[in-house]
Design a binder for this molecule. Structure first.
Ligand SMILES: [Zn+2]
Length: 117
């Protein structure tokens, strides 16, 4: 008698998103994009990672479809494509009891177009 096992492919899209989330820098970037679109230099100023490293993580997030980029003049701004990702992240934060995001600390001196403009 043939047993109909479930088809693991029904989880493919979810697995892809979870894979991308298994990285502290990517979670931190998503948290920074929580309050709107930002450029690489803003993320760099607030996280302290080098720009090349941030660009690498942004590329992973973009390829997974979690963020999109938009050019404005000389700058490229990134925004989250579907804010429901924050429902997932908020639920995880509540489950783990971990501290709130690396925020938009006022103490950080940021020269990005939004902060300095
Ligand atoms: Zn800024």
């Amino acid at each position: 008698m043939k047993v109909d096992f479930f088809n693991p492919q029904i989880y493919d899209a979810q697995v892809q998103i979870f894979k991308v989330l298994t990285h502290p820098a990517r979670l931190a970037i998503l948290d920074i994009l929580r309050n709107g679109d930002h450029c690489v230099c803003h993320i760099e100023a607030h996280l302290g990672y080098r720009q090349a490293y941030i660009s690498q993580q942004l590329a992973v997030l973009r390829e997974a479809g979690l963020i999109q980029d938009q050019r404005e003049g000389w700058n490229i701004f990134y925004h989250v494509t579907d804010p429901r990702i924050y429902d997932v992240l908020d639920a995880l934060r509540q489950m783990t009891g971990e501290q709130a995001a690396p925020g938009q600390s006022k103490a950080v001196i940021c020269n990005c177009p939004k902060c300095s403009g």
